[in-house]
Design a protein around this ligand. Structure first.
Ligand code: ASP
Length: 326
């Protein structure tokens, strides 16, 4: 009797798990990412940060937590990892400062939060999440966003904490060769992002970045723009983008992918692929997206040599990849 009760409980548990799949995908940017440009040491650090990030996000989902918290948790890890262009290790502006952008969206309610051009906030993604939860607004920028973050007790660090030698040298070499300033390279673009499906069937997306190296005039890219760099809607999908932000804004990339699914009847893969390898590629606009739908399908198209990426799918399988053919 006792035994059959245990069996029944186990069965119920397994069925519940099968009925409520969870899944998560993350990216650390797309660009001219080739094995010959990579040192073994850098590749190891990148793979390890990706693994740590996706496992942290997945743990939240496995514990029954919301996708909104899972994507923020995954991004906090990448914002702290100096290898990526977000938080610590973010690219430098024309004057050598760090100005960061982030956004997050809840696919259940369509609530969203974003910050643009913020400085010294350790986790810009948390600032965006606070905007979503604790303000009547969607986007805050600059000094005002920083005051808001301070009032809500977010952690600040000295600007030096964010700046790595790698980024200092990168800025020097860009400024020494203005010709290079017009080209896209992996070192210039490597935003981080996450999308997830939780056990309640809710989708969420989040993106965080230092933007474009050597940027000036308060330039802001697609990452904090809801619809361009980030979008989530339970009725279609959740998307986080990386790439040449100006094009992603003009083509409202994240929203367009969701809209092709919802209104155009496309599958997740068809929708994501047609924007990245169709619309954007035809324009010469480099980049990629990670996207997930309500069934936990994951698409990660990119039109560059590589994209730092990782997934834990509905079967619990972990995959980490950097180059095209992985
Ligand atoms: N999309 C970001 C921007 O334009 C850069 C990136 O994805 O790395 O600011």
């Amino acid at each position: 009797m006792k035994r059959s009760l245990i069996l029944a409980a186990l069965l119920a548990c397994t069925t519940a798990m099968a009925e409520s799949p969870v899944a998560i995908a993350i990216h650390g940017g797309a660009g001219t990412i080739l094995p010959e440009n990579m040192t073994a040491e850098r590749e190891k650090a990148i793979r390890s940060a990706l693994e740590q990030s996706i496992r942290a996000g997945h743990e939240v989902l496995e514990a029954g937590g919301p996708s909104l918290e899972a994507v923020a948790t995954a991004l906090r890890v990448l914002e702290d990892a100096p290898e990526f262009n977000a938080g610590r290790g973010a690219v430098l502006t024309n004057t050598g400062t760090v100005e960061m952008d982030a956004s997050i969206m809840d696919g259940r309610t369509l609530n969203a939060g974003a910050v643009a051009s913020v400085k010294r906030i350790r986790h810009p993604i948390d600032a965006a999440k606070r905007v979503l939860h604790d303000s009547p607004h969607v986007m805050l920028m600059g000094e005002g966003a920083m005051s808001f973050a301070e009032e809500h007790g977010l952690e600040f660090k000295d600007e030096d904490w964010f700046i790595t030698d790698f980024r200092r040298e990168q800025l020097e070499s860009i400024q020494a060769d203005e010709q290079a300033a017009t080209q896209l390279s992996e070192d210039w673009y490597s935003t981080v992002g996450a999308v997830a499906l939780d056990a309640d069937g809710n989708l969420a997306a989040a993106t965080s970045t230092g933007g474009m190296a050597n940027k000036r005039w308060g330039r802001v890219g697609d990452s904090p723009i809801i619809g361009a760099g980030t979008y989530a809607d339970n009725r279609s999908c959740a998307v986080s983008a990386t790439g040449h932000g100006e094009f992603f804004i003009r083509h409202v990339v994240a929203y367009s992918i969701c809209s092709l699914m919802r209104h155009g009847g496309a599958t997740l893969h068809e929708a994501a692929d047609s924007i990245i390898n169709g619309t954007l590629k035809e324009l010469g606009a480099d980049g990629g997206v990670i996207a997930i739908d309500a069934e936990g399908h994951i698409a990660m198209p990119f039109n560059t040599a590589g994209m730092y990426r990782a997934t834990i799918d509905t079967e619990g399988q972990l995959q980490i990849a950097i180059y095209r053919d992985e």
